[in-house]
Design a protein around this ligand. Structure first.
Ligand code: AMP
Ligand code: MG
Length: 482
């Protein structure tokens, strides 16, 4: 009945974190336990009962702490953010050899809470559970959700809501903002320790490079380019790509006002606090690049020798981002339209499709799903029906058919099915799940997560979950609600 904690972050100096136990709650009750994930990460489900998941009992070997980090929030630098409502219990090493953090989110105030209560409402907790587990099932790198418990307490937001705690699992919780935290304090020694730690934990292959620091930057750039391209290929909008919400190990982290778009528009924004569209769907690569520049800035002093040269070298690595992103974006989207070979004109073909889709604000997920069907059946009717003005689509489809002449149809269909999900966490469904959970009904939560666990499979019995919202169900804005 033990959790085999094997903590490494706690061996870093005390200025990296603040030791803090979770604050006990009135009445812990388990809503959900992710048994599959527990097995994957090598924890014993019995050892992680509601008392532990709620923070009422500290298991042997845990070293609870809130991590320090800084961050640029909507472009403005805040030198101290930190875990204001999350506490790292400790780390475990899974049967796969991967070290992971187990964190409780919503577990009470910490040194970093400022005016916040350190708590979370059931809605955002369930939202993060559903969306992060959907991302994992889609094959997109992400933090994971291990469990949801309710606290038996209310939290005060715009209204009072049931309190809950999410047990989150991640390869680590080190962010661009973690580097910025020490950089802002001029603490080069801490930056050196953090860099060595990150290389050992996440990028051991760069340790032997001529310049491990530059090689680290290169790898982080590559992982972020690939990640943002993956997001965009499923219509995902993170919503708060602040530097404190960008993980160094390359997973999607911090599911706040994120959303999967229904009707396609490249400038789509959902977050109610993103008034300028800084984090719009098509602005995500530029923002990732900007965030990575902030990361690079913290590393320059660690590159030995002439600082001007170090700056130039770091800049050169950063300059690889747009190209790396474009390649990932284009190859992902060509797979979505069933092109298995690569030609220079392909990205133009992809952009042309996105262009006609935007004109009719066609449902992003349905479009690619029906396009796949059309390759299988040879009939365009269903996909055409998505457009207000199908002539634009017809012209594109003609070009597309010419491009794919001679490619193996079976292989194309397989590739398209593997790249085009049937099910995504649609906003109106999430709202339904959250509204029910606010009333203590978790049945919709259970149903939706079961459907989203197999996003690429046809599930005729769950076909209604494929549907876009009816006009009166459309969700226009999402909220942090923290
Ligand atoms: P986020 O918007 O989730 O990325 O959070 C930004 C910062 O605000 C982080 O430092 C969080 O820990 C902190 N924060 C968010 N919600 C709360 C809360 N309810 N209590 C204390 N701190 C919070
Ligand atoms: Mg955050």
């Amino acid at each position: 009945m033990l959790i085999a904690f094997d903590n490494s972050y706690s061996k870093l100096p005390e200025r990296f974190y603040s030791r803090q136990n979770p604050t006990p709650v009135a009445d812990p009750a388990l809503v959900r336990f992710n048994t599959t994930l527990a097995a994957e990460i090598g924890v014993n489900a019995e050892a992680l009962g509601p008392e532990v998941l709620a923070g009422n009992r500290i298991p042997t070997g845990a070293e609870p702490m809130a991590l320090g980090y800084a961050g640029h929030q909507f472009g403005h630098f805040v030198p101290q953010l930190g875990d204001g409502r999350a506490i790292l219990l400790g780390e475990v090493v899974g049967p796969d050899g991967i070290r992971r953090d187990i964190q409780l989110k919503g577990s009470g105030p910490t040194f970093y809470s400022r005016d916040g209560d350190g708590r979370a409402a059931i809605g955002p907790v369930i939202r993060e559970f559903v969306v992060s587990e959907a991302m994992a099932a889609l094959g997109i790198p992400t933090t994971r959700a291990l469990a949801v418990v309710t606290t038996g307490e209310r939290v005060i937001r715009e209204q009072t809501l049931p309190g809950a705690i999410l047990a989150r699992v991640a390869p680590s919780h080190i962010r661009v903002g973690t580097f910025q935290f020490h950089f802002a304090r001029g603490d080069v020694e801490a930056l050196r320790l953090l860099t060595d730690y990150v290389i050992e934990r996440h990028y051991p292959e760069v340790a032997t490079a001529a310049s491990p620091v530059l090689a680290l930057l290169e790898s982080v750039v590559a992982r972020q380019a690939a990640l943002v391209a993956r997001w965009m290929q499923v219509g995902f909008i993170h919503g708060v790509m602040n530097t404190d919400n960008m993980s160094i190990s390359g997973e999607t982290i911090d599911y706040g006002p994120c959303a999967f778009m229904d009707g396609y528009h490249p400038g789509r924004v959902f977050s109610s606090i993103d008034r300028q569209g800084r984090y719009a769907w098509d602005n995500q690569p530029q923002i990732a690049h900007w965030n990575l520049s902030r990361f690079a800035q913290t590393l320059v002093a660690l590159i030995p020798g002439d600082q001007e040269k170090a700056n130039r070298d770091a800049q050169m690595v950063l300059n690889t981002f747009p190209e790396a992103f474009s390649r990932a974006f284009s190859s992902g989207f060509t797979r979505k339209i069933g092109i298995l070979t690569s030609r220079s004109e392909d990205s133009d073909l992809v952009n042309a499709l996105l262009g006609v889709m935007a004109e009719s604000e066609v449902d992003f997920t349905l479009l690619f799903h029906r396009l796949t069907d059309s390759v299988e059946t040879g009939d365009d009717a269903a996909v055409r029906a998505l457009f207000n003005n199908p002539e634009g689509f017809d012209r594109w489809a003609e070009r597309w058919r010419r491009r794919t002449v001679g490619e193996d149809a079976k292989a194309r269909i397989l590739a398209m099915r593997a790249a085009n999900p049937v099910f995504i966490p649609r906003n109106h469904r999430l709202e339904e799940v959250i509204a029910a959970a606010n009333n203590g009904d978790y049945a919709p939560f259970k149903r939706v997560t079961a459907v989203l666990a197999r996003p690429y499979e046809q599930q005729p019995e769950n076909a209604t979950y494929e549907n876009p919202p009816e006009p009166d169900e459309i969700v226009h804005a999402t909220f942090c609600g923290t």
